[in-house]
Write a new protein. Structure first.
Length: 169
């Protein structure tokens, strides 16, 4: 009986260690991004030239998302960050046509070359980053190697985080 208990204890301990190895936190590799352009073409961030990627999972009808996007726009205008691309991700299968209309409207300030818009119709990427439905916006900063710089970033923190990164260069 005690041998079974020890075996189970060791197995459970090993399982918890392996779960920690894949934890989404700064310094760890990010999950693969499965994103799609408006024409349905699959894209990989490996093909995008940038030192850093700010992933933002959002919904065009979400007021919290609108506030975050306005803070991101202010950050871009004030700091003019070089080497940063914003990967805007609509992680829902429904209303993708309305999403594309929204991001193309110049009044929404999302047509800047820094913004790259994609959909994730099967929510594969959203699930990889453990985002639950109904929680947008989610902001994650990645480096060009696909490592997580910061999870659950707040749009109002961008300036300070960016200055910290520039200080390391």
């Amino acid at each position: 009986m005690s041998k079974i208990f020890i075996f189970l204890f060791l197995m459970l301990g090993a399982a918890s260690l392996s779960a920690q190895d894949f934890e989404l936190k700064a310094g760890n590799a990010a999950p693969e991004l499965l994103l799609f352009k408006e024409n349905g073409q699959k894209i990989s961030t490996d093909s995008i030239d940038a030192d850093y990627f700010l992933l933002i999972f959002w919904h065009y009808k979400c007021s919290h998302c609108q506030k975050a996007l306005s803070k991101i726009d202010k950050f871009l205008a004030d700091e003019k960050p070089k080497g940063l691309k914003i990967i805007s991700i609509y992680p829902f299968a429904e209303e993708t046509e309305k999403f594309w209309s929204y991001v193309k409207d110049p009044l929404n300030l999302l047509t800047d070359f820094v913004f790259m818009h994609f959909t994730d119709p099967k929510a594969t990427t959203r699930r990889s980053f453990s985002q639950k439905a109904g929680q947008p916006p989610l902001l994650i900063l990645l480096d060009k190697k696909g490592k997580i710089v910061q999870m659950h970033l707040k749009a109002g923190e961008l300036k300070d985080v960016w200055k910290g990164l520039e200080g390391k260069k």
